[in-house]
Design a protein around this ligand. Sequence first.
Ligand code: FAQ
Length: 330
Amino acid sequence: MYAQMIKTARSGIKSREEMSEQERAFQDKIDNDIKIEPRDWMPDDYRATLIRQMGQHAHSEVVGQLPEGNWITRAPTLERKAILLAKVQDEAGHGLYLYSSAETLGETRDELVRLLHEGRMKYSSIFNYPTLNWADIGAVGWLVDGAAIVNQVALQRTSYGPYSRAMIRICKEESFHARQGYHAIMQMAFGSPEQKKMAQDALNRLWFPAMMMFGPHDSDSTHSEQSMAWKIKVKSNDELRQQFVDQTIPQIEYLGLDLPDPAIKWNEERGHYDFGDPDWDEFMDVIRGNGPCNVDRLSARKKAWDDGEWVRDGLLAHARKKASAKVAAE
Ligand code: FAQ
């Protein structure tokens, strides 16, 4: 369904006068912060935008397991292994909440997965960067989950009920993820000179990719204007990026690490940190499929999907058998 919907041309934001009565009633609900629920009427583009964003978000959670999962067997202590295992498992759960929420819009999980595997749906750019060593795992928890939380706390107030409720649940788990990451990086930053060097290197490499997670500048964002009018997004890409920078700089200073960007400077007038731009050409390249790990990530997901077919078939056969036994007994 989504594949057909995205083919329909976007008509831009309609003024109140251009809206039909049904569209005006819908916009009034949004403006009054009344959640939209699955059985409510909604414009086709609202539905398609949500399926796109929630589907991409779900894919990000699932693909996001790969860079960290890669380190479960090599975690430095049993405690770190148990923490990482729990975190990676949580990410799978987040993917499931989000696929289920997207299903309430009439799209199946199988279809979303198919579109991902065919390269027709995206997932977060950040997961196309490698995790080279243990410091990267700390930095992923600290910076990547940290950035994800900034975005997801705002999304708790999104206008679509099932998405908003999924976000509330996910945010509770994400804050454990960020804390465990910061704790891991703290141990390295306060550890031996070699460990501190690794922490610095991880920060330097992951800083700009983490900044890219918020998407292009508002002026270059395709969907922001309409998504904000519909309160699918409640804060803009640039607002969220600034919030992330402001909360993370004092954390870097506490660790005693060098700032990863020479342009970072407190701006008294704005009451915010100034900072430099990520390389947007690199961002575009990564989301077009040409990042350092895109090919590996997609092939790992396709393999997992294919290898799991017998499990899905078995579960379906069992569910069908149970359902027909129930019908026979009635
Ligand atoms: N990566 O018009 P906009 C996590 C695309 S969860 C890839 O501004 P929008 C947890 C965008 O899709 C991380 N593509 O788009 C975890 C659009 O292309 P399209 C995921 C990106 O949707 C931690 C085009 O660029 N979080 O990390 C990216 O209004 C650790 C134009 O952009 C979410 O998905 C990007 N970074 O705003 C898991 C949160 N940015 O679709 C495991 C929900 C933009 O037209 C381990 N999503 N694009 O072909 C959102 O809030 C929004 O979708 C944005 C983008 C803010 C990401």
